[in-house]
Ligand binder design. Structure first.
Ligand SMILES: [Zn+2]
Length: 74
C-alpha cells in the first residue's frame, strides 16, 4: 500500500482549497478525487476501497505525502 502511494504521488495534484476543505486529484490509470476536511481532520476518497472499507486508501496516502512535500517546499 505504501509503495503504491509513492507511485501515485507524482500524479497527485492539489487543485483547490477553501476554508474547510483541501481538494486533490489523483490522476493515474483512474482518476480519483480526494478531499481533506480541515474541521473534522478527515480524509475522503471516491474510490471503491475507501467507500466499501472506510479505511485509508493509497490515494489518501498519496495526498498526505503530497501535503508533506508541499509544506517542505514552502
Ligand atoms: Zn482512494
Amino acid at each position: 500500500m505504501k509503495e503504491k502511494a509513492k507511485m501515485l504521488q507524482p500524479h497527485t495534484y492539489l487543485y483547490g482549497q477553501t476554508d474547510l476543505h483541501i481538494h486533490f486529484i489523483v490522476d493515474s490509470n483512474e482518476r480519483h478525487y480526494v478531499i481533506f476536511d480541515k474541521l473534522k481532520n478527515e480524509w475522503r476518497c471516491d474510490c471503491k476501497w475507501w467507500t466499501l472499507k472506510n479505511t485509508e486508501c493509497s490515494h489518501i496516502m498519496a495526498c498526505k505525502l503530497k501535503l508533506v512535500e508541499l509544506s517542505e517546499n514552502e
